[in-house]
Design a protein around this ligand. Sequence first.
Ligand code: DAK
Length: 259
Amino acid sequence: MSLKNILTTNNWNDIPGLFLIELNRPKVMNALNTETLAEIIQSIDENKNAIKCVLIKGNKKTFSAGADIKQLAQSNSIDHLNDERELLWKKFRLFPFPIIAGVSGYCLGGGHELAMACDMTIACENAVFGQPEVKLGIMPGAGGTQRLTKALGKSKAMYYTLTGKNFNAREAYEFGLVAQVIPTQTLDQELYQLGKTICSHSPTANRLIKESVNKSFESSLGDGLDFERRQFYLTFASQDAKEGMNAFIEKRKPEYKGN
Ligand code: DAK
């Protein structure tokens, strides 16, 4: 597949399984047209057997300023109904291994929805978040009203989606939307280190943890606890679980094979 809107890297010699996606439409602030979204999802889908962890970043000024407004302005409801975007977002949501967003600069609208659809976000001090769709006479359509509300609660979610006001990295951290706030110039190292840590663990454990945490958004506590218990039992079917515990007992580093 030829990529026009993103750059990808998976040749980290010391970290097999780490896959970096760099949004690369700087002239339009990494606006997410359908083609860009398709490239993101297809590139991880095509490489899914080799991927243990995905990193997504933009450039220093912008993670992404949202959907491509020029493309949106020419669309109608039926275009959206028939558009592949919905399936693309669903595929992204169901990708089994951890996906980390590294946000520097603007992270707005669909760009923020992309970051929130990732499993965690780390934000640079210069990051600016928001759902400004209301200022365009539209509303968030890829999870903005749902994921923001789950993180911020009703009143703050209403405030930000109805005013279109932005919030900064520290506020995003306090809201629980981002896991860490880091100095802007350290994004690449921090992403790399985080990816390295995650890739050093069992891919099976990572996958089951991801499913379990996500389940908590869609179930009662009781159902979630039952689900987690079964996922926990499932980890014991893996060679990686034996390897991890044996390595601890034998005082050596585990070597996980994902089986
Ligand atoms: N789309 C297209 N072009 C964009 C863009 C965008 N979202 N954001 C910026 N650009 C372009 C600008 O038009 C400008 O292009 P030129 O004029 O140079 O040709 C260039 O990027 C630089 O932008 P600015 O000159 O505005 O740069 P500033 O530093 O002054 O301002 C800014 C940066 C990020 C504050 C500003 O550009 C801005 O407000 N951008 C728009 C942010 C926004 O409203 N985002 C929300 C978009 S709506 C869907 C689900 C979800 C969605 C859609 C569909 N389905 C389920 C179907 C999501 C919708 C959205 O995200």
